[in-house]
Design a protein around this ligand. Structure first.
Ligand code: HEM
Length: 394
């Protein structure tokens, strides 16, 4: 049987790691004929491509499925803008996304996570995805954007419809509609902030200035949309993937419950081992030769973060969960110009969620067998994960 890597294949999605190993060892520059993209899987190659945005551009889409986002009428976002326009946009956005503004969310995250977990516990169990891993980032991103309390239920509905549309195989009418409604809603928020300036995130983005330039309304709208599609499902995946790793590594779970300072390094290791975004595409702007193979200009190239993060050339014994290793240089947040601008918020949400969860884990059981994985070639996570409390997991 000839070797085949197909990210849309369900068996591959369940366990892509043996295939990634073969890609790294035997096909470091792999050609996927059916989906018409190339794939890079070694850490050094993925890292180099992320840095070289002149040869590998982002503006022609980040998946092999061309046109899905465009058809949905999604405005250009920072993540699909190339330097130099991107550099200016990012500098302006950074003015609003300050460490102080992120840190201020901690009490809210603790409250939302604590309530969600307590509710699950009272009910004796439920769905870890729907009851905890989705509501926490959705509520926090809504709060971060300044969505008023009365609008949060609507925001949650649109956000989950948009997120399921961008991560799934196809973008359906309901996703288009949710995307349009979310835009219209953000538009209203922006107009209200213009009329009555506030010092929340959107308010501060509207007045941010770098070298005499400001963000347009479309830039701010694009950013709001970007953090909905980029910040919710990814954080959901971090929480669910980490929880499963802790269930299967009882020694690590016990240590985290006793020594909370180990939670941040453990989160880096979860991100390395089970990267929430397994890979994103770039498009070559010129011919690029690697390992003796030339990728022509204008081709989609999938940068496999999930494979790079398990490259034994970079991380010894890469398939082992080791919270003491120096995992911080993983590529789960990308690298270079587009390095995740929400990484500190993602880490904060992850830390607080695991602080709230780790003490209760001895007393619960996740039924992975009855769970349902996300059907996506790039998003590694779960759509449904039954969890039961009151059942010893020692
Ligand atoms: C564990 C959670 C997260 C993961 C794994 C993750 C992953 C990533 C990755 C891989 C990129 C790079 C994209 C590229 O190179 O093309 C990225 C960019 C980005 N992320 Fe995240 N992300 C997470 C959470 C968040 C959160 C919470 C936010 C919201 C504040 C966010 C907002 C963004 C934005 C706006 C970009 C684009 C940055 C740019 O183009 O300069 N992400 N993220």
């Amino acid at each position: 049987m000839p070797f085949l890597y197909d990210p849309e294949d369900e068996t591959t999605q369940a366990n892509p790691y043996p295939i990634y190993r073969r890609l790294r060892d035997e096909f470091p520059v792999y050609r996927q004929e059916r989906l018409r993209f190339w794939a890079l899987s070694r850490y050094a190659d993925v890292h180099a491509a992320l840095v070289d945005h002149q040869s590998f551009c982002s503006s022609r889409g980040l998946t092999w499925d061309t046109g899905a986002a465009e058809q949905a009428g999604i405005l250009p976002m920072m993540v699909t803008t190339d330097p130099p326009a991107h550099t200016k946009l990012r500098a302006l956005i950074n003015r609003g996304l300050t460490p102080r503004r992120v840190a201020a969310l901690e009490p809210e995250i603790r409250m939302v996570a604590g309530e969600a977990i307590a509710g699950l516990q009272r009910a004796g169990g439920g769905d870890l995805v729907r009851n905890v891993a989705v509501p926490v980032p959705t509520a926090i991103i809504g709060r971060f954007l300044g969505v008023p309390a009365d609008d949060r239920a609507r925001f949650r509905e649109w956000a989950s419809a948009v997120v399921s549309g961008t991560s799934g195989a196809a973008f359906h009418d309901e996703h288009h509609r949710a995307a349009r409604e979310l835009y219209a809603y953000f538009h209203g928020l922006v107009e209200r902030r213009r009329a009555h300036p506030t010092d929340d995130l959107i308010g501060s983005l509207l007045v941010a200035e770098v070298d005499g330039s400001r963000l347009s309304d479309a830039d701010v709208l694009g950013f709001c949309f970007n953090i909905v599609v980029g910040g919710i499902e990814t954080t959901t995946n971090l929480i669910t993937n980490g929880m499963i790793l802790l269930q299967t590594h009882t020694e690590v779970r016990r240590r985290l419950a006793a020594e909370r300072e180990l939670i941040p390094p453990a989160i880096e290791e979860f991100l390395r081992l089970e990267s929430p975004v397994q890979g994103l595409c770039r498009t070559t702007t010129r011919g690029v030769t690697l390992h003796g193979v030339t990728i022509p200009a204008g081709e989609k190239v999938l940068l496999l973060f999930g494979a790079a993060n398990r490259d034994e050339r970079e991380f010894p014994d890469p398939d082992r969960l080791d919270i003491e290793r120096d995992a911080g240089r993983h590529l789960a947040f990308g690298y270079g110009a587009h390095y995740c601008i929400g990484a500190s918020l993602a880490r904060l949400m992850g830390r607080v969620a695991f602080e709230e969860l780790s003490g209760r884990l001895a007393n619960c059981w996740i039924d992975v067998e009855r769970g349902r994985r996300s059907r996506s070639g790039v998003s590694r996570g779960w759509e449904h994960l039954p969890i039961e409390f009151g059942r010893a997991n020692r």
